[in-house]
Each structure stands twice: as C-alpha cells, then as structure tokens.
Design a protein around this ligand. Sequence first.
Ligand code: GTP
Ligand code: MG
Length: 370
Amino acid sequence: PEAITVQELANRMAERGGEVVKTLMKMGVMATITQSIDADTAELVVEEFGHRSKRVSAQDVEIGLRGSADDDALLRPRAPVVTVMGHVDHGKTSLLDALRKTDVAAHEAGGITQHIGAYQIEVPSGDKITFLDTPGHAAFSEMRSRGANVTDIVILVVAADDGIMAQTIEAINHAKAAGVPIIVAINKIDVPGANPNKVKQALLQHELVPEDMGGDVICVEVSAKTRQGLDNLLDILLLQAELLELKANPERNAEGTVVESKLEQGRGAVATVLVQRGTLKVGDIFVAGAESGRVRALLNDRGERVESAGPSVPVEVLGLSGTPEAGDDLVVVEDEARAREIASFRADKKKTATMATQGRGTLEQMLSAI
Ligand code: GTP
Ligand code: MG
C-alpha cells in the first residue's frame, strides 16, 4: 500500500509536524515525525485538519519529469562514454591510468590527482573521451537493469598472457546485452610469452570475430606498462565514436545518471554524476533517485570547482539530501517542492518494496510504521 511519512504529510498540508503527530495520537496512532503512515490514515488526518485530500500515484508524479526528445537542430556533438571491462588483474585500472596520462590538461596540471570513478580526457587533437571505471560487472549490470544505459562503447581488456577467463565472458555478455560496440584491448603484450593471436582465436568461440579474421571486432594490442599501442587505441575509440554520431542538447535542464555516491565527512552526501543531456549548474534544483537537493558545488575529475557540466561530462555533485544509488537518475526540476515531492514518492515506493520483500520481520515493520 502507498505510505507517506508524517513529515511529508505535514509539509504537503503546510501544517507543523508536531501538530500532525498530536492529531495522530488523538486518533490512537503513535507515530514519530519520521515514520510512515498508510494512505487511509493519512486521509483521515487530512480531513481532521479540514483539508481536502487527493491521492496521486508515483507514476503520476513522475509524468513529465524527463523532458521530451530534443529537436535535431538543438543537438551538438558530445564525447563518447567508454566503459572498461575485463577479467580480474587483466589491467583495467592500469590501462585507465595510462590513458589518463595522455590527457593534455593532466600534463599541464602535473599529473593525476583525484579518483572519482569517472573522468574525461582531451587528446592532443582536441577530441574528448569520457571513461567510466565501473567497480565490477555487478555494478554495470545493476545500472543497466535499472534502465541506465550510460556507456556508448565497451573496451574489453584481455591479458595476452592469460587469455579469455570467466569474467571476460561475463563482460562480453554484458556488453552484448547492452548492445554497444566492443573494442578488444589485448593487454600486457610486453610480457614474455604473450600470445595475442591465441586471444583472437579464443574470441571466435564467443561470437566475436576479429577484423583480421574477416569479422567486425576491432582488436588492439596494447601494454599499459610500456604504453605501446595506446595512441592506436585512442584513435580507434575516436573513430568508433565518430561512427556513432553521438549528440545531445546542452541547452536544457540537465539529466544524468549517478555513477557512485558516498557520505563524506565535512562534505555530506557526494554523488558522481554523468551528465547525459543538458547542462548541470551550481544552484540547480534536482531530484536524484529518492533524494533531492540543490547543487551546492560541482567538482570536476581533478577535484577543481566548476560552475557547470554539459553532456558526457562527469562531475561530483554536492548538496544532496542523502546518497542515491548507482544507476539512479539525476534530473533538474523547476522548484524544491517538485523535487521533494518526487523524491518522497520514490522513497515511499522503495520503503514499500523493501517491506514486501523482507518476508521475516515484515509484520513488526508494518506495525512500527503505523
Ligand atoms: P582488478 O581491478 O583487480 O580486476 O584488476 P585490473 O584489471 O584493474 O588490473 P590492474 O590494472 O590492477 O593490473 C593487474 C596487474 O597487472 C598489476 O600488477 C599491473 O601492474 C599489471 N599490468 C597491468 N597492465 C600491464 C601490462 O600491460 N604489462 C605488464 N607487464 N603488466 C601489467
Ligand atoms: Mg582495477
């Protein structure tokens, strides 16, 4: 059943929370301000206060949250979003680190500073590429299962001295399910005994046919250690991106996806968000999953404060009411009331869903919630 917290009910009636608690008490319902009451009880309270009530479902509340498709004329090219996947220890992180060192700006700033799970590089030609450092495949599939298709291209890292392993196959399946192009980076070719051809042969068994075997899967031989093949990999990524003709409208309220979030001492809830369309600005009011907020500060992947972030740009967002989950959306809305309304409906929905799935203890929870 639908539920609402006492606080939220008070907010919506523009009454004081304490008054609502008192009214509930008179009705024989013991509930604190943070607890949820069911819709029937809420309706009685509303009547008690002499207001009129109207029930709305979460679906109704969400209508029009995400803007309609953009007119072609408003679309501008955007950087590709690339996710690196592969078996444990095959060199994903090393490769990302090595690629990051090709960033023009990183050179100027004197190297790598901050790790935020997502970063963008600018290659000498001026083109940009956004890389996502997904913490494991579980997170990737979790994000996808929740409707967040954030990646345009997958780099499948396979160590030339180890070949295709269990998690390589998992990664292949995830990439296929997401329907995005796969570029195979055959890594560690500097290692004695590395056998790139064996890797290519093995790919055939997973319906990935390398180009030089008559297929359409591009394989690049690289070494994250010696940096061999990195420029080639970047060229191929940019070429692939060009074919995809990736575009977004930067001139609209921002919409994006939460890549990760955490509570930090002194900074509160912080979320790394990949903006997908529009431009996120300091001061924007937003809903992010079951949380809401106003952008207090934006930090880029080098930890520097920025005023705004456009499509394909990853940023850290400060000013959240709490930590949303990876894969949650972040959508800028007109005002705080709307942001809170949507967030609270989602929170209630989540609570109800949790209660429904938590077989044991459900009764106690329901009782304590009433
Ligand atoms: P997980 O995050 O644990 O799944 O591993 P990963 O895929 O991120 O691998 P990581 O980058 O941590 O590399 C694993 C090990 O391989 C490290 O000891 C790296 O130094 C080494 N390594 C990575 N790339 C190369 C390479 O191109 N050549 C050589 N010789 N070693 C490499
Ligand atoms: Mg790693």
